[in-house]
Design a protein around this ligand. Structure first.
Ligand SMILES: [Zn+2]
Length: 307
């Protein structure tokens, strides 16, 4: 643009001539650039400064010589201006149009970005640190918190057993009653005791065989036995017993997790591989794993217990 103005400065033109040249430049910019981009205000100021200087001084450098303020020059002739384009206002309109286009014509991705402004409103006061993390935590904290999180945290049991417990606590282990409800035809009898129908509550609260193993584990841990056929009460008891940082709570957490997993694996092996282990064998296996997995803090106590 400056190059263009430089070529014009060679010609001695009247104000009218200059204003016409400026008009072509401004319209050119408007017609091309502002359709494509939002022009930064610093760039706009520079463009204006060159046009203004050229109009009033006929030079290609920025001068301060001004007879009439630029805003006035840039009003339509009907409003006593020179009818030059007010590039600043035009740019504002172009931005507004771009925003309208985005909302009405843009693809789904851009629309999603615009819609996400509602999500930003969730955060009232933004703290320092990762903004994404703050919003993320806000979104997920609206979900119901699990009551048995004490079983999840600081649990030294093997990861695969913790996964089994996670499913078990959600009532999502594929017991026979759940398979039947999906229309899958399977033998409904619990193969651990061969006497009752298999459900989550049966296997982990009522089944004589798995109870026998559990009783052995509790005895080994010196934790008093708790019996119920109501899952809510059992869940409460598990939470209560595994709560806190005491060594007993720590051992209980590992033992309960390992017991659930062991019973589940035993059940699967009986079904799929026809392998059967005795309750004392399973109990010893659980105690053995607890011994290995126990952190150094509780290891001493675990080793004092007699299998
Ligand atoms: Zn059973």
């Amino acid at each position: 643009m400056v190059a263009k103005i430089s070529s014009w400065t060679a010609n001695k033109l009247s104000y009218v001539g200059r204003s016409q040249l400026i008009q072509t430049v401004l319209f050119g910019i408007q017609a091309y650039w502002s359709q494509l981009y939002v022009i930064p205000s610093k760039v706009l100021s520079t463009i204006e400064a060159y046009c203004r200087s050229y109009l009033w001084s006929g030079t290609n450098t920025i001068t301060r010589k001004v007879l009439i303020v630029w805003d006035k020059v840039c009003t339509p002739k009907s409003m006593c201006g020179l009818g030059l384009l007010n590039i600043r206002q035009w740019n504002k309109v172009a931005i507004a149009k771009a925003s309208w286009d985005i909302e009405h014509k843009a693809g789904w991705m851009v629309r999603k970005i615009f819609e996400a402004r509602d999500t930003m409103a969730l955060i009232q006061d933004i703290k320092t640190g990762s903004l994404i993390k703050q919003i993320y935590l806000k979104l997920i904290s609206d979900n119901e918190r699990i009551t048995w999180k004490t079983l999840r945290f600081g649990n030294d049991a093997r990861p695969k057993t913790q996964f089994t417990v996670w499913l078990h606590m959600h009532g999502r282990l594929m017991t026979v009653d759940r398979l039947s409800s999906w229309g899958i035809n399977v033998d409904p009898i619990c193969n651990l005791c061969n006497s009752h129908n298999e459900t989550r509550n049966h296997v982990f609260m009522e089944c004589p065989f798995s109870n026998k193993v559990w009783e052995g584990v509790l005895k080994w841990m010196q934790v008093p036995l708790f019996r119920t056929s109501q899952w809510e009460l059992m869940e409460k008891w598990i939470i209560k017993t595994s709560k806190g940082k005491s060594q007993r709570a720590q051992i209980f957490k590992i033992a309960y997790t390992e017991w659930v997993h062991t019973m589940w694996i035993e059940r699967n092996q009986r079904i799929f591989e026809k392998i059967t282990k005795s309750h004392s064998q399973l109990m010893r296996e659980i105690a053995y794993v607890c011994n290995i997995r126990a952190s150094t803090r509780i290891k001493k106590l675990v080793q004092q217990l007699n299998i």
